[in-house]
Design a protein around this ligand. Structure first.
Ligand SMILES: *Cc1c(COP(=O)(O)O)cnc(C)c1O
Length: 370
């Protein structure tokens, strides 16, 4: 983590401390408030809990430091994804979405954008630029895509969309700002689920948007205030605490994933392994060009759906669960949700267990069940 473009993980730990007055608590207080004491002219003061909360602002300050941009917190990743859609799209606009990205994004567009008169097209992430971007008001990307782990070229897409007069939105959930920096590559708006690695302990739902264009940020903040799509202060407090260890957890998870992906790729029982950090991965060259780390997700294809389930159930260090990015390694067979993947495709989210213990458990489960 020595890339000069990365925000300082050390400063993140001291951002708050440097602003304290004598006698203030070092840890962030939790502000549970709907009303504020505002006699007379309220300008410049928090006045109501739907528009301002000190605990959200503290979490947004850390997210803003990580993104090197202004960040706005939302109550879930999906609420963050809905914000640019509902703030910037109008009847007659066209949107481009990945056909192989997070499924709820597509369902949201199909169920709610379409009836507002916004149309959308789908393209596979690995061939996203084919066909160009003329006529699209918004081009939405997700790289690496969840769950298939295909990549698309963020800088090339950002440049081409801007030249065509559109705006770009990137879902950076699978990487976090420590692993990939879409805004540095020219993307207009980042959206992310903080339910995943940023929260990291499988106990909170949150999301955020970030942009270096303050007019875009102000518009999405206003959307949040008027739609009431606001985070709970307690979740924001939990996220603030979790962000203090994100660099540590993400580094461990990514290092372990590199070791495990390499060993799985050699394993006689693995049919296919997708991991952007593997030299044999079809997206490896692009990964080296645009990603700082290779992430903590591994796509492992086993013989059949039954064999994949048996592997997950046999491994004592894997939680059989949806979601990803937690301290505890987890896995699931994505075909069970109807994703366009092989029946034996397992999305492995590598957690914070010591890597040799984790590998020994994975290897034993593979040998016993395949
Ligand atoms: C989980 C996830 C989301 C949705 O986030 P929630 O916090 O569950 O609403 C969006 N995009 C990706 C890539 C995800 O993995």
């Amino acid at each position: 983590m020595t890339d000069p473009k990365l925000p300082s993980a050390a400063d993140l730990l001291h951002l708050r401390g440097r602003t304290l007055e004598k006698g203030d608590p070092i840890a962030l207080p939790l502000t549970m408030a709907t009303m504020y004491h505002v006699p007379g002219d309220p300008t410049g003061y928090p006045s109501y809990g739907r528009s301002a909360n000190a605990t959200w602002e503290a979490a947004e300050k850390l997210l803003g430091h990580l993104e090197q941009a202004e960040a706005v917190l939302f109550p879930s990743g999906m609420a963050a994804i809905a914000a640019p859609f509902l703030t910037f799209l109008a009847a007659g606009d066209r949107v481009l979405l990945p056909s192989d990205g997070y499924y709820a994004t597509r369902v949201l567009a199909d169920s709610y954008l379409k009836k507002l008169g916004v149309t959308f097209d789908l393209r596979p992430t690995a061939r996203y630029a084919e066909g160009g971007f003329a006529g699209y008001r918004m081009v939405y990307v997700e790289t690496p895509s969840n769950p298939g782990l295909d990549l698309c070229d963020l800088a090339a897409i950002a440049g081409a969309v801007r030249a065509a007069g559109g705006m770009t939105v990137a879902d950076n959930t699978t990487m976090t700002p420590y692993g990939q920096r879409p805004l540095d590559l020219g993307i207009d708006i980042v959206v992310a689920s903080d339910t995943k690695a940023p929260g990291g302990h499988s106990d909170l739902l949150l999301g955020h948007v970030a942009s270096r264009d303050s007019a875009l940020v102000a518009a999405m903040r206003e959307w949040r205030r008027l739609s009431g799509s606001i985070p709970g202060p307690f979740e924001a407090w939990l996220l603030h605490r979790s962000l203090e260890t994100l660099e540590l957890r993400f580094d461990r998870m990514c290092r372990s994933a590199e070791v495990i992906a390499e060993r799985l790729a050699q394993h006689p029982k693995a049919r296919q392994v997708r991991f952007p950090g593997l030299p044999s991965d079809p997206a490896h060259n692009l990964a080296r060009q645009q990603m700082i780390r290779s992430g903590f997700l591994i796509g492992l294809t086993l013989g059949t759906n039954d064999k994949a389930d048996a592997f997950i159930e046999a491994c004592p260090l894997l939680r059989p669960a949806t979601s990803l990015g937690g301290v505890h390694s987890s896995a699931e067979r994505r075909d069970r949700w109807g994703d366009a993947v092989a029946p034996g495709f397992v999305r492995l989210s590598v957690g914070c267990e010591p890597v040799e213990e984790l590998w020994a458990a994975l290897d034993r489960a593979l040998r016993e069940t395949q």
